[in-house]
Design a binder for this molecule. Structure first.
Ligand SMILES: Cc1cc2nc3c(=O)[nH]c(=O)nc-3n(C[C@H](O)[C@H](O)[C@H](O)COP(=O)(O)OP(=O)(O)OC[C@H]3O[C@@H](n4cnc5c(N)ncnc54)[C@H](O)[C@@H]3O)c2cc1C
Length: 442
């Protein structure tokens, strides 16, 4: 079986998290033929966790980890940096709701946070790791209702949270924009590109990392052969951790089931002393919107503010200049609404990044062809889900049993999408409608 990678990772704007880090040391692209026991495609959170866990479990195995770009350049370094323990949509709306599904997802997410915390501490990875939880903010009436439902769900699950009124929200965030909020303590906030780069720099010795090495073709067989511009990687076992780019692999049953969707971020320049004084509030916080189509905001300890919103359907897994310009306009509008005291603070970086979603929130986790294991598709929550998918796919492939693995294997498989052009029309119009409904939550 031959898979062709028509869509390769592109630049997709300038990511502030990546650009504000010092330049990385020179990369080691693949040259010539390399044989390994395992090859992992994609060095995002899922691929890094898979390669690390394989190496931990098989210290004598040779593991090759390959990425088209530098570690930290892809979606795993482009996100808003919320490692969330709670699912955004709780099933437990009431005391009679399905609490066991929520509890299992929380267990998976906390498994990811625990695994990551241990790595970050052991290797002293500098990624602004903050165990400070997250705020949920609401502005519109439907946002307030969503917040109320979320609080009820948390109460049903016995999960702690603190409800905040408009005055308390202002005391934390400096802005009087939010009518109400809620603080849940379990999320960890990170500088995502720093985290991912740190993970790449501290891989076990039996992992060879090949960056700047786009894989053009995969011949699935025994062994599998990954063809790159200047070489070939051969291994009997392959782990796919290439996010939405896997949607082009029809022969593996992934095409037609995954949804490549983009979302966009912007980062301001650092605020000066006067601007920080005008803003007020706490030095560092992260807020997700009560309406899922709304705007995520983070204030960083270094005085920058990050804004994320807008979703688009991108079947080619890339975005263009005009789309990035429109995202910047949307970000500036959202920023100005929230921070009228910071008029004139420019958004220095704007970027997009790929999410891999499925219609039913399902995942193609598992062995999808002989010797081909999938850790793709994090349904928008890659910091925790990507980490745990990567760790667990390694354990699954090596027959290591655990309660977390059972939970992962219980997750539904991705539903089939309608064919194009119906799919594109449907996704685009749903996104536009929901964005319009979000109103000033955006
Ligand atoms: C703006 C934004 C904000 C977000 N905020 C959050 C958040 O706060 N919390 C959260 O949990 N999630 C968030 N996400 C989602 C999260 O970033 C993703 O779910 C996660 O990064 C996916 O991880 P991954 O390892 O599966 O994929 P990726 O990080 O995309 O890794 C896949 C890798 O495969 C490589 N690759 C693909 N094709 C090839 C090829 N042919 N050859 C070689 N290499 C290839 C790519 O270069 C890439 O590095 C956000 C995403 C964006 C874009």
């Amino acid at each position: 079986m031959q898979l062709t990678c028509h869509f390769l990772p592109q630049n997709d704007g300038r990511c502030g998290w990546y650009e504000t880090l010092p330049p990385p040391p020179a990369s080691t692209p693949l040259h010539g033929e390399v044989k390994a026991d395992w090859v992992v495609l994609g060095a995002g959170l899922a691929g890094l966790a898979a390669a690390r866990r394989l190496a931990e479990l098989q210290p004598n195995a040779a593991i090759a980890l390959v990425d088209a770009r530098r570690v930290g350049f892809g979606a795993s370094g482009r996100n808003s940096g919320f490692m969330v323990d709670l699912p955004h949509n709780l099933n437990s709306h009431s005391y009679t709701g399905d609490q066991s599904a929520d509890r299992k997802l929380i267990q998976l997410n906390r498994g990811a946070i625990d695994y990551m915390r241990e790595i970050v501490q052991r290797h002293a990875i500098e990624c602004d790791w903050r165990e400070q939880g997250k705020l949920h903010g609401a502005v519109e009436t439907h946002g307030l209702r969503a917040l109320e439902a979320f609080a009820k769900g948390l109460a049903a699950l016995g999960e702690p949270c603190r409800e905040l009124d408009a005055r308390e929200m202002k005391a934390v965030t400096g802005t009087g924009f939010y009518r109400a909020g809620l603080h849940s303590p379990g999320a960890v906030l990170v500088q995502p590109a720093a985290l991912v780069r740190g993970l790449g720099a501290t891989l076990p010795e039996n992992v060879r990392l090949f960056e700047d090495t786009p894989v053009r073709e995969i011949n699935v067989g025994n062994p599998h052969t990954l063809v790159t511009d200047k070489g070939r990687l051969k291994a009997p076992r392959l782990v796919l951790a290439n996010n939405a780019y896997a949607a082009q692999f029809g022969q593996l049953g992934l095409k037609g089931r995954l949804l490549p969707v983009y979302t966009y971020g912007s980062l301001t320049r650092p605020l000066n002393e006067q601007e920080l004084a005008d803003l007020g509030g706490e030095e560092s916080w992260g807020l997700i919107p009560a309406d899922p189509m709304g705007t995520t905001v983070r204030r960083m300890g270094d005085g920058r503010i990050c804004i994320r919103n807008t979703f688009t359907y991108n079947p080619n897994v890339s975005t263009g200049e005009s789309r990035l310009k429109r995202a910047l306009v949307a970000h500036q509008r959202s920023f100005d609404r929230r921070f009228p005291m910071l008029r004139g603070v420019e958004l220095e970086y704007t970027w997009g990044g790929a999410l891999c979603l499925t219609r039913n929130g399902g995942t193609p986790f598992g062995e999808i062809a002989p010797g081909v294991f999938s850790a793709v598709c994090q349904n928008g929550l890659g910091l925790t889900r990507g980490t745990i998918s990567g760790k667990l796919i390694a354990e699954y492939a090596l027959g290591v049993e655990s309660e977390l693995l059972d939970i992962m294997l219980e997750q539904p498989k991705p539903q089939l999408n309608p064919p194009e052009p119906l799919l594109g029309m449907g996704v685009r119009s749903t996104l536009a409608w929901k964005e319009w409904q979000a109103g000033t939550e955006l």
